[in-house]
Design a protein around this ligand. Structure first.
Ligand code: ADP
Ligand code: MG
Length: 264
């Protein structure tokens, strides 16, 4: 199953530029970064550490203001947090004094909205957490906490899900399980997803498009299409096509690295 071709742009980043004003001077994190994400497309953003990936994602979520440029959601500028946008961070960020149910309810309390219990039950079931609602974060493994964070974000029925290295802290096997889970969730309820990772295999497995950012200041260096049908089997992921694509992306990122001693 593939997202329909020729669908409208869901999220557009136009010349995003971000300067951080710090005590030691101005730091240009993003420089005229532009990309588009189509409706129900999964796009991964990869690039060297510190190139501005998190800055870009926070700008997309409306949590950060750009110094210049625009983020457009369905054609309208994102200037602050929007209910249509959900976000999952590297840390699950569950409140330790609340059980899982109360953590999932928390955003609804803040927004003074009524949750949809049937949808939340469906999500908990989908991620294998049914029966865990009364558990506290300390009683859950890292993978389970991150699954809970995904449920918390999806409970609000976002039309765009932003994920910032959500599985970066998990072991390899749990990470692969989580990747399969994201694929299943997407097949179940197609959603527009922007996924940040520095794991190229993960980016290719999940995405319709992989966007490579340049070293800081982040700018789109190139985009790679991943025209593979879903679900993506082990056989497909072990194919020559995927191997070559992985190497092309890795080579580009490695090639971008400034050799030691060559920095100006
Ligand atoms: P990435 O997620 O790709 O590792 P970030 O977006 O976190 O990159 O950071 C990009 C650059 O901006 C880095 O040099 C980082 O140190 C700097 N930076 C990030 N957030 C801030 C901030 N709040 N204040 C000052 N500098 C920041
Ligand atoms: Mg980051």
């Amino acid at each position: 199953m593939q997202p329909p071709e020729g669908t409208a742009t869901k999220l557009a980043v136009r010349n995003a530029t971000k300067v951080y004003h710090t005590a030691s001077g101005d730091l240009l994190a993003l420089d005229r970064c532009s990309l588009e994400v189509a409706t129900n497309e999964v796009v991964s953003i990869v690039g060297p550490s510190g190139c501005g990936k998190t800055t870009l994602l926070w700008s997309m979520s409306g949590l950060h203001h750009l110094s210049a440029g625009d983020i457009l959601l369905d054609g309208t500028p994102v200037t602050g947090p929007r209910p249509e946008i959900g976000i999952v961070f590297q840390e699950a960020n569950l409140l330790p004094w609340r059980n899982l149910d109360a953590n999932i309810a928390f955003p609804f309390e803040i927004k003074r909205q009524q949750p949809d219990p049937a949808w939340i039950d469906h999500l908990l079931h989908r991620v294998g957490l049914d029966g865990f609602g009364g558990k506290f974060p300390r009683e859950l493994s890292g993978g389970m906490q991150q699954r809970a964070a995904i449920v918390r974000a999806l409970a609000l029925k976002p039309s765009v899900l932003l994920m910032d290295e959500p599985f970066g802290a998990l072991d390899t096997f749990t990470r692969e399980e989580m990747n399969r889970l994201v694929e299943e969730i997407w097949l179940d309820t197609p959603t527009t997803i922007v996924f940040i990772t520095h794991n190229i295999e993960e980016a290719i497995f999940l995405s319709d498009k992989v966007v490579v950012l340049s070293p800081r200041p982040g700018r789109v260096a190139s985009e790679y299409r991943v025209p593979l049908p879903r679900p993506r089997s082990f056989e497909v992921m072990a194919s020559r096509e995927v191997f070559d694509l992985t190497n092309a992306i890795k080579g580009e990122i490695m090639g971008q690295r400034v050799p030691r001693g060559a920095a100006a």
